[in-house]
Structure formats: C-alpha cells, structure tokens
Design a protein around this ligand. Structure first.
Ligand SMILES: Cc1cc2nc3c(=O)[nH]c(=O)nc-3n(C[C@H](O)[C@H](O)[C@H](O)COP(=O)(O)OP(=O)(O)OC[C@H]3O[C@@H](n4cnc5c(N)ncnc54)[C@H](O)[C@@H]3O)c2cc1C
Ligand code: FES
Length: 277
C-alpha cells in the first residue's frame, strides 16, 4: 500500500512530490451517532504530515473531500482522521470497512507554525477538535505546554475528550448545554481561561483555532485583546486541494490591501490577523 502512481496535476503545478497515494483502511471506529475515527495505513503521510495539514480523500463521488489529519503513528505508519457526516461524501467515508483501499492525496496545505512557541492553546469547535488533537500530540512530543479548549453542543455530542485528557495537556471542555466544565461556546471558554492565566507569557504563547468561522472570528478578537499570537484553520469548500481550481478562494489582508488566497495551498492555516472575516 501507499504506492505512488503518476499524478499529472501534481507535477504540472510544481508540487515537489507526487501527493496521490493508495491507502488501506486499517480500522473505522464509531465515536458517536454521526462521527467516526478512520485509521489508514499510510506510512508516507504519517511520516510527513504536520499539524493542521489535511488529506483529500476519494469519497465515492466525482470530487474528493478534505479532512484534517487528527493523529499519526509514525512507527506503525498509521494516519487517523475524525469524520463527521455532513453529506454524501462523509457518509460514504463513514461506511468504509477495514481492508478497503482508497485513493488519498496528501499531506496538503500549510499547517500550524509552532516554532518558537513554548505554550500552545488550541481552541476547537465542531470538527475542529479533530485536527487540533494532532497539534496537542505534537506539543507533547516537542515538550511544548499544551492547553486544549474544546467546544461542543452537549456532553452527548462531545468527542475525543478521553484522547485529549490522555494527551497530557490541560483541558477545558465547554458545551452550549452547560453539562461540561464551562457553559457556552469554545471562544467564551477561552476568554474565561485567559482571565485565569498569568499575563506574562504573551511572547511564547500561540492560540491555534479550528472550527466554525464565527467561533474563529471570536477567538481571533479575544487573542487580539489579550495580545497573543493566533493562527486559524479555515474550512472553505474544496475540490482539487492543490491550488488549481480556485474553489477554495478566501480573502486575506496584504500590506497594500486585500488578496485572494487559495485556502488549500496558502492555508488552510493563516495568521488570524491576515484573515478578512
Ligand atoms: C482543510 C479542511 C479540513 C477539514 N477537516 C475535517 C475533519 O477533520 N473532519 C470532518 O468531519 N470534516 C472536515 N472538514 C469538512 C469536510 O471536508 C466536509 O464536511 C466535507 O467536505 C463535506 O462533504 P460531504 O460530501 O459529506 O457533504 P456535501 O454533500 O458536499 O455537503 C453537505 C453540506 O455541508 C456543507 N459543507 C460541505 N463542506 C463544507 C465546508 N468545508 N464548510 C462548510 N460547509 C460545508 C455543504 O454546503 C452542504 O450544506 C474539513 C474541511 C477542510 C476544508
Ligand atoms: S481546492 Fe482547488 S484551488 Fe483550492
């Protein structure tokens, strides 16, 4: 598995390695009614993926579907993905069986830039808690202090809480229904957390956010007020995943005004200050 067939699109557009590979499904575990954890045998992707990068998966239809890397096991060559069913592509992915072989492109995009930071606060809402788990895995490996703020609709809707607890980071779980640590959404929980932290680590702390746009916008605002660096992972709809089709264009700020950026290759992770919300 993990063979690398020719990929004319990748070669034409200057990608240094061929990003298309075939991977065997190692396991699919249901986490709750609409969410599953998919494990792929993908040694090359496991070795190369950085937190915040994604894979573009064959999903039973004409277009692939982008899913953020949730965790890797480099020794065993495994890549884990968290999938919430939204429509027909994620529905197809959530019904995969061990042994199925599927086409996977990746790792793609620019991930979170953790270099130089000694503390990382991840703030995830919805499916954002999946890719941010890999950020916490990396923090643990690199000896960076990790704090994870995760927002859910309710305790019944919550996923990966045991994973985060086991990752060795400080955790704060919020839910709209108030049946977890904090009542409210993830951004509100972040503000509560920042009020309790000593304000002496602005320079070595990064806030890394992933989730609904409205949540990330709120997180970016709070980070600005409390003077922390903030990076956000945008979830635009995608098609090619390699910068060709322009389906994923989003507006970003430049020194002279605004630019169109391709979320798949210029992102999905951007400094929050560069995003036009
Ligand atoms: C970089 C990146 C990382 C992602 N990581 C994950 C992940 O880790 N786990 C996960 O479950 N999902 C993730 N997603 C979202 C996932 O790709 C979409 O849910 C999926 O493409 C929907 O495909 P579908 O065929 O199931 O739904 P469709 O049938 O295509 O659409 C169903 C509904 O969802 C809406 N929709 C589809 N995609 C998006 C989107 N990107 N943003 C907002 N609304 C959308 C459609 O407008 C429609 O209303 C990620 C997306 C991106 C861009
Ligand atoms: S998805 Fe095609 S350019 Fe980004």
């Amino acid at each position: 598995m993990d063979k690398i067939p020719a990929d004319p699109a990748g070669q034409r557009h200057g990608i240094k390695y061929d990003p298309v590979t075939t991977c065997e499904v190692a396991a699919l575990v249901r986490l709750n009614s609409d969410t599953s954890q998919l494990t792929l045998k993908a040694p090359r992707i496991a070795a190369a993926a950085e937190p915040g990068q994604f894979v573009n998966l064959e999903a039973g239809h004409f277009l692939r579907r982008p899913i953020g890397v949730m965790a890797v096991d480099r020794q065993q060559g495994l890549v884990q993905l968290g999938i919430r069913v939204q429509g027909r592509g994620t529905e197809w992915l959530s019904r995969l069986r061990p042994g199925t072989v599927l086409s996977v492109m990746g790792p793609l995009g620019k991930g979170f830039q953790l270099e130089g930071y000694r503390r990382v606060i991840t703030v995830g809402g919805g499916t954002g808690v999946f890719p941010l788990y890999y950020v916490q895995q990396m923090c643990r490996e690199q000896g960076i202090d990790g704090i994870a703020v995760c927002g859910y609709r309710s305790k019944a809707d919550s996923v990966l809480t045991d994973h985060y607890r086991a990752a060795g980071c400080q955790v704060l779980f919020a839910s709209d229904e108030g049946d977890l640590d904090v009542e409210g959404h993830a951004a509100a929980a972040l503000e509560q957390l920042l009020q309790s932290l000593e304000m002496d680590r602005q320079e070595d702390t990064l806030i890394a956010a992933c989730g609904p746009n409205i949540m990330m916008q709120a997180v970016a605002k709070i980070a600005d007020v409390y003077q922390y660096d903030c990076q956000v992972s945008l979830e635009e709809r995608m098609a090619c995943g390699v910068g060709v089709c322009l389906v994923c264009v989003c507006k970003t700020k430049t020194k002279t005004g605004e630019a169109n950026s391709r979320c798949c290759v210029d992102g999905p992770v951007f400094p929050a200050k560069e995003v036009v919300w």
